[in-house]
Design a protein around this ligand. Structure first.
Ligand SMILES: Nc1ncnc2c1ncn2[C@@H]1O[C@H](COP(=O)(O)OP(=O)(O)OP(=O)(O)O)[C@@H](O)[C@H]1O
Ligand SMILES: [Mg+2]
Length: 411
């Protein structure tokens, strides 16, 4: 039996009860839990509590971030919200690909009519205003919005190469290699570090999962979907934000947040840990079609890790190269530390990004050696076969010369 390294992993003990034991309402695999101690769901007080210390006046001095769009422009951009422009569907509503009049390719997220029933317009505006000022290479840029009656539409940067979940599932045929997976994990870690350290109040994403990680054509990752983001507590140590509604996705949701309603950047760290496990196992956090002891991927992989069978958890689609095997243990340690049951045992996102960066550096050194060795082997095989071809040729020409000589001497 393996002794789990104390550096990153002193605390991870898989919960013994199933996620189903939680008082969680599921819509698809979305999780919504109402805080019973809060005010009535949907009351004005309730909706605004998350923003009570962050009034819309805070933004007035800043340059305007969000653009406002007219419905006619968005209808034109999407061919009148044509089904052929549809690229996805989620909890918020339909997502369409569109081209604006100025030529920009955008994703247009049209909220379901009931998605905002209980939310105030001011909250929507404040959130969009704030989020449109966030700018990072690894975050999907929120460009603007449209609001008219019950219609609410978000316009975001279009990211062309599908989402990470689809790539891990093999939807596009091409298997993501280890180095690409590490790069993607680092991109996500950087995006979250940026959000958590943004201004003096962190932004907590709250819905980190593989369908919210979009990929570019060069496999750079961009974290999407700030629909659930909230301005978090100040960066004072121990500061937490009491949320009125727990939101997130089953399998990725921080159990501590679920039980205490205390929102903290470490809730994103938890989801990131689960995502990291997904990245190197190729398994979804919950896989209901598997035998019961394999359904919750974090528990299954942790058990394998403790039994010293960490290589078993590596995605079967990945080549088991010595370089991949050399880092899987450290990757697993990091992922388990991030998904520790209590936030105090989880590293910060910044720390997690640094550890990942080190792992990637070591991986690349080993991988380069492998590539070099492979090239040398291929070279020596080429030289060998060239040699044997040459000796076969010289043998043949010798044979021909002597045959010709014989022929001449006869004539
Ligand atoms: N900016 C974008 N660029 C390209 N495709 C996008 C973009 N945003 C979303 N999509 C596609 O649309 C799909 C649905 O997105 P959406 O965010 O509505 O739902 P989801 O992420 O699957 O679930 P959830 O509602 O829980 O976030 C995504 O999985 C993605 O494939
Ligand atoms: Mg999404």
């Amino acid at each position: 039996m393996r002794k789990v390294s104390t550096m990153m992993c002193t605390c991870f003990a898989p919960r013994t009860t199933d996620q189903d034991d939680n008082p969680v309402g599921h819509r698809g695999n979305k999780v919504y839990v109402q805080d019973v101690s809060g005010t009535e769901p949907g009351s004005i007080h309730n909706s605004l509590r998350g923003f009570s210390s962050y009034s819309s006046q805070d933004y007035e001095a800043k340059p305007a971030g969000a653009e406002t769009f007219a419905i006619a422009d968005l209808a034109r951009a999407t061919n009148n919200f044509s089904p052929s422009n549809k690229i996805g569907q989620g909890g918020f509503g339909m997502v369409y690909k569109g081209r604006l009049r100025d030529g920009r390719l955008v994703a247009i997220k049209r909220g379901k009519k009931d998605a905002f029933e209980q939310r105030l317009s001011v909250e929507f505006h404040t959130e969009v205003e704030m989020l449109s000022q966030v700018d990072h290479l690894n975050l999907v840029k929120l460009l603007g919005y449209m609001e008219d009656g019950t219609e609410r539409i978000l316009v975001v940067e279009y990211v062309s190469n599908g989402n990470l979940g689809e790539h891990l599932d093999g939807t596009y045929g091409k298997v993501l290699d280890m180095s690409t997976r590490l790069d993607i994990a680092i991109d996500v870690a950087h995006a979250l570090t940026y959000l958590h350290l943004y201004a003096d109040r962190p932004i907590i994403h709250r819905d980190i999962k593989s369908s919210n990680i979009l990929l570019t054509d060069t496999y750079r990752a961009k974290v999407a979907d700030f629909g659930f983001s909230r301005v978090g507590p100040s960066t004072d140590v121990g500061a937490t934000h009491v949320s009125t509604q727990v939101k997130g996705t089953a399998g990725y949701l921080d159990p501590e947040y679920l039980n205490t309603f205390q929102l903290n950047t470490k809730s994103d760290v938890y989801s990131f840990g689960i995502l990291l496990i997904e990245i190197f196992t190729g398994r979804r956090p919950i896989e209901l079609k598997r035998p019961s002891d394999e359904r919750v991927t974090v528990r299954w992989s942790f058990r394998k890790f403790v039994e010293g069978k960490v290589a078993d958890i590596l995605d079967s689609k990945l080549e088991r190269t010595p370089s991949a095997l050399s880092i899987i243990e450290r990757l697993a340690e990091l992922a388990f530390a991030c998904s520790a049951p209590t936030k105090g045992d989880r590293p910060s996102m910044k720390k997690a990004a640094e550890v990942l960066w080190e792992i990637r550096k070591d991986y690349l050194v080993e991988h380069q050696k492998e590539v070099k060795l492979k090239a040398e082997r291929a070279d020596s095989i080429r030289v060998e076969s060239a040699r044997s071809e040459m000796s076969a040729d010289s043998h043949a020409s010798l044979h021909q010369t002597s045959h010709r000589r014989r022929h001449w001497s006869l004539s």
